[in-house]
Design a protein around this ligand. Structure first.
Ligand code: FE2
Length: 141
């Protein structure tokens, strides 16, 4: 059973965004599996790095989309992205320098709450605006 399971409540109805969110779930589940099966530190470290990189990629794509759509709350949305990236980077460095003292349970709890907040609250706030925009583009085609 995965650590965090995708459900329809996470669907934004924007296919690219949903695909990327599913990838975030997959990376977090991958990290959980590696920790649970006692994988080597190098492998856990690489998975944390992959997650940090993918989050940056996803945020950049999301910000690009919101900018094209003239999303009125873009600045706040970007601020929440930067805050999360800083937190993730702190966790990443702490694992890199002191893996033996790293509180993985705390990190996994942080990730699951962040992902749920990110999608269910922060991202759901922009979906009507983006979907309207996407639909109007489709209508004009
Ligand atoms: Fe997102």
């Amino acid at each position: 059973m995965p650590f965090i399971e995708w459900s329809d409540s996470y669907n934004t109805g924007i296919p690219d965004i949903d695909k990327e969110h599913q990838m975030l779930f997959a990376l977090i589940n991958d990290l959980y599996d590696r920790v649970e099966t006692g994988s080597a530190e190098e492998s856990v470290k690489a998975t944390i790095e992959a997650l940090v990189d993918y989050v940056s990629y996803h945020f950049a794509r999301e910000e690009g989309l919101l900018s094209v759509c003239n999303y009125p709350d873009l600045e706040n949305h970007m601020a929440t992205h930067r805050k999360l990236q800083n937190q993730l980077e702190t966790y990443r460095q702490s694992y890199e320098h002191h893996p033996e003292a790293f509180d993985m349970k705390d990190f996994m709890g942080f990730l699951i709450h962040w992902l749920q907040d990110h999608i269910l609250q922060t991202d759901m706030a922009y979906t009507p605006c983006v979907r309207r925009r996407v639909e109007s583009i489709v209508d004009c085609a």
